[in-house]
Structure formats: structure tokens, C-alpha cells
Write a protein that binds this ligand. Sequence first.
Ligand SMILES: C[S@@+](CC[C@H](N)C(=O)[O-])C[C@H]1O[C@@H](n2cnc3c(N)ncnc32)[C@H](O)[C@@H]1O
Length: 738
Amino acid sequence: MDVDKDMSRYWQALKSQKENLKKAKDREGERPRDRKPRGLAYLQFTMAMAASQAKTQSGKHLITSTFVPPAYFPCTTPLAQLTPTAIKHLRLETHHRGKYLFLSVITPPSRMNAVLALAEDDEDDVVLLQLYQQEAEDVRKATDVISVGTTLVVKEPYYKITAHGDYSLRLDHLSDLVHVDKNDSRIPKAWRPKKAGAEESVELFKSRGDAAVKDRKYWRAIQEYSCAISSGATPERSEVIKRNRSLAYLKTKQFDAALSDTGFPSFDSAPVEKALFRAAEALYDLERFSECGEVLDKLCAKFPNNQQALAILARARSRCSEQQNGAYDFKLLQREAEKIRPPQLDHATYVGPVETRQAAGKGRGMFVTSAVKAGDLLLCEKAFSHAYVSEDGAGNSKTTILMHVETEKGFMGGQADLITLIVQKLRRNPSLAPAFLALHHGAYEPAKESTVDGTPIIDTFLVERIMSLNVFGCPLSSFNTYNDFLKNQSKKETAYHSCGVWNQASYINHSCTRNAHRAFVGDMMIVRATQDLEPGTEITFWYHPPDGTDPEAMQKKLGNWGFACTCAICQDAKEAKATVADKRRKLLNTLLEAFKKSTSHNAKLSEAERLLKSLNDTYTRPAHEVPRILLWDPQLLMTRMYMAQNNMKRALDSVQKVFASLGFIINGLDATSTPFKVVKWGLVVDTLVEAFLHARTAFEAMMAWDDAKRAEAYARCVYKMVVGEDASFEAIYGRVEG
Ligand SMILES: C[S@@+](CC[C@H](N)C(=O)[O-])C[C@H]1O[C@@H](n2cnc3c(N)ncnc32)[C@H](O)[C@@H]1O
């Protein structure tokens, strides 16, 4: 949906990746005899690391490529039921199901598409580790994930040949990597530290945790606090340590764990201020605003001077009001989207009068539950996850060519980072997983288990599938896009590199004859009705705009989603004889040529009128059934010509034809004295703001003031659908006369 999918430029890279995979497949099951000895592997790794650092420091904004390999399941077996193996037993291109490998990291990590490091087993063999789906360095340092001496278990290791011909362990699923405490009895003796006394170690670990918090090393702090708790801390001491740990969890965006460490929801009769405050923070970040408000009410009643708590309470109340009433200060949202980078706004999701249920032949869909008017707010949704790609590098994502080796489809934009963002979010906050994992995932059948060894299993390939079927490309704001479009009068941008997933909006199906429109402010998606809708009507919007001439091309564009659009426009285009389609295209080209040559003064508009009529005559079904997609645009050009000639009567007549071509039924655009009114909304396209404003100007010229006001109100309404809000209408169109 508005994402950049033109992969033709990268076909060669995809082809060579496929060839590599094929060659690798030929060695499946082989136990390689040419593994590098430890010394050589170490030397080569450190040299490659230095070269990669030099490249990164060159500061160039490089477009990288990422390939989604053939999918495989994460390990769903508890560690206790797996049996150990060693590097020397690993076979190429094999998932060693039922096995695990104990490793100790021997190099600092290096960052490429994945976090890389060399690790050894207790037989002194070494292997390259490739950890995928790790966050960017500015979010979590690679050294927080692994560093020299880290001991870990790789579950059901996947041994494979890299693009450079090396042998490596590839980890795509976060839960296949288990960090093991140095004191774990299963790890080889040589890797274990000397034991400290139990009592002493609790306080030692705690003080190390406190020091790490001071240094903002929150991942380390969590490790130290956890060691303190598991080293025999008393229940009272555990409470204190957990409260400290909850801060580290908050800082690392592990809100479920942070909340749990505060004791929520069963605080004792004299809850500690810190515990209440951290619980409120975690609830806020989990978007549980009303529970957050309740905790803060309790906190503020007991500790009325806590200014920070009062500030969050005010924010939580604003979020509740947005959530319940859709009451947004859109001017504020626009200002924030301009300023905040990445533009991820602190606002709540409003779900209007809609519900999700089965939609015949389309899986699930979204339906209105009560009558709504054109322009009404249906959804204003905060992104579940949002990857902002900025040209100046100030985003939380970069432009990556993400190619799916099996399907040969791909994206250009923030999608590779979006997968990582989602995987990490789900892993850190399992309570958020069900809503995301319930989204459409096509034919991909995930594993049944959702946790193993007490941690959530997040299948990266399932996330990738869901992302690719539900991702929306998005601008910084639709206001900016609209403004740029007006300034340049060029074609509106339709493929964006920033992207995100919005869980609610993902239930809206496609139709070329859409009745809703989406717009964006930062990472908020605003969906409004573009027609008056009866209760029970299915809401639809465009995944791709229809072109109305070439049903096969349209089908190809929708191919990624695996369905054929059966709307009236597609049906009509399919049924139209090739000669009609050809005639339409020719007439349109001649028309556009005629407009190009003419200025408003010399225009031979009668010729253009004749061509427009001929184009109109190629349609047989009424426009309210099959909007005349090819007609409205040249008809609007014609309107502009009449406006420039100051021929208001003709201009109004032409505006009427623009609306009629889109299936609108409108009163009062003729010579009669009937008041101007949209009796039935047709297909709304973005430039209808202009059409309504032409009508307003023409009415003003005719001194039909009431009609002019009504025309302006309609212009505002369409503007609201297109930009998401109308608080910025004046900023674009200046003073609006009363
Ligand atoms: C973003 S999801 C929309 C919600 C989805 N129907 C569900 O059940 O979750 C996109 C998928 O919905 C289905 N879909 C969307 N529009 C459709 C249409 N007009 N006809 C048939 N299927 C459609 C396709 O399976 C598509 O891959």
C-alpha cells in the first residue's frame, strides 16, 4: 500500500543470490573439511571488522540489500529436551533439530546486516555467528548483545554457507539464542568464574546493577539485578531490586517486564511511590491509558507533590480523551510531525464506529456499526510499528532493498528495519503480540507454540509475512504531500520509503470504488469516510489507485496480496472490448496533447469539448456504478481553462461534469435556482478540493453567496479526507471568506 516495490533494478542481485543458494543447496548435509583454524579465522574476522568500521565511518548513506531466505521454524523445544552437539559435527545447510550448541564468544561483535562474532565451543573449534534481527547500534549496542566471554546456547543451530563462502551459524529467530549465566551448571567448567558467597553476591550484584544504571548501561543492569535476585535475595530485598530493575526495563522498552517488577496490579496497602510511578510509566507506554490514569490517581492522592506524576496524569487524560472521543488537536499533531524525528507522536488510537468481522470472499473486513457522514472520522490510529526513512539520515530506519528470495518480490524502503522493529517489540512485550499476530498472513502456517523456556517465540518469517501483506508506505504527513503537490502541480507521490503497520487499519480491504481515505500525520493514520455510509457497510480504501484502462496491470499491482479485485471499475475494464480500451487511451492522449498546446486565451476549447464528449460516450454503465476514471482529470483541466477565461457559467457546467464522471449526484450546479448540494457522494479523488473551490469562486462571481459557502464547506470536507484534518485548510488556501 503506497510502498516502493519496483524491484526490476535489482533483479541481477536477486538472481546471483538465488544462484548462491542453489550452489549451497548442493552441499546440503556435508560436514565441511576445510573449516578455518582458530588463528586464521580470528585474524580474518578482525581484519574484516576493521574494514567494515572504516566504511561506516565514511559517513555515506549507502543503500544496502537484505535477502529474506527460505523460511524455517524457530526452535519450539525446551532446552532441557535438546541434546548437545559440537561445531565439528555440524552439517552444511542443515537445521540441527533436537540439538543445541554451547558457545563462548571470542571476538568483539561487528555489525553488517547482522551482528557478527566468532565463537568457540569447548573443543576449541570456532564458528562465525550471524545474529539477525538485532536493533541498530544507536538503539542497543552490539556489545550489549554479545561481547568477548559471553556464553550462550544456540538452539537447533542452522549451519550454512555465507555469500562470501564462509561457514556460519545463522540465527533469524531471537528465541533460538539463549544467553547463559556464567554460573549455569551446564556450561563447561573452564568457562565458569570462581564462586562468591551467596549473601555477599546479592549485594555485589545489586551494587553493580546500580552502577550500570548510573552509567546508562541498562542491559547490563538488568543482568546484574537478575543475578542478584537469583542468588538468594530475601523477598524484601528482591522487592527493592525489582523496583530498580523495572527502571532498566523501562529504559530498554521492556514494558511488560517493567510493569511486572512493580507488583502491578496488586500493590500492597502501602505502595511505594517509585513502584506506582514506574507502573504508570509502563502502562502509558503499553497504551493502557485508563489503567495508567487510575494508578496515577492513587499516586497523586498519596503523594500530591509529585510533579512528574501530575504531568503524566495530564498526558494520560488527554490520551483517554483521544481514545474515547477522537478528540485530537490536529494543529498540534501537525506541528509535532514537523519537529519530532522520527515522527512518532505521543497520541492515542481512536477506533470509531467500526467493527471487524468476516467479509465474504475477502477474509475479514472492517464495517461501520452506525450511520456515518462523508468526512467522519473512522480511525485515528497510532502505528504499531513505524520505520521512518529520512534523506538526511535522521530517521530510525534506512533505505534497504529487501528481497524475498522465494517469492522474488521485495520492497525498497524501511521494510527490513520494520521487521526488526516488530520482532524486537514483540519479544520485549509479549502482551502486544496477539493483536499483531492475528493479522492476515496469507498461506504461511506458523508453529502452534508461542512460548518456550518461559520466553516468547517470535517467528521472524511470520513477522515478515504479516509485514509484507499489511505494510503501508507513508509520508511525513499528508499535509506536506498535498502542499508539495499543489506547488508543483505534478503527479502526487504514491510510493514512500517510510512505512509502518497499523493493526486496526490492516483489516480494511481494497476496492477501486473505495468509500474511505487514509491520510497520515507522523505515525498516526487517519481514516475518514468519503461517502455517507449506512450501518453494516464495509469500509474499503485503495491499496493501489485504479487506472481504469488496464485490468491486467491493476491485477499485477495487487498481486502481492493474492486477490483479484472484482469491483465495478475492474469488471468494466475487463469486459470492455480491446478496441474500446484502445479508443479511450487514444482519445485521452489526444486530449492531453490538445491541452498542452493551448493556453487559456488561445484554447480551442470546442475541440477539447468534443474529445471529452467522445471519451464520455465510450462508457456505457452509469457513472455512479462505474466511475469514469479517465474522464475526471481532463474535465478538471477544462474547468481550469474556463475559470481562467472568466467564463463562470461554462466553468460551473464543467465542474458538474467532473463530479458526474465520478458518480456524484449534485444539485444546484446548473442554471436553476436549486441550492447547491451533494445529494450522493461519488468516488472521491484528491483534486476534488480544487473542483469545489472552482464552484465556490464561480458562485461568488454570480453573487450566489449561500451556494459559495456550501461549496467551500464541501472543499473543506474533501480536504479533511485527503489531509486527515481541516485545521490546516487555511494554511494552504489562506483566508476563507465568511
Ligand atoms: C491488509 S489485509 C486486509 C484484511 C484481511 N482481509 C484479513 O482477513 O485480515 C489484505 C488481504 O485482504 C484480502 N483482500 C483485501 N482486499 C480484497 C478484495 N477486494 N478482494 C478479496 N480479498 C481482499 C487479501 O487476502 C489481502 O491479502
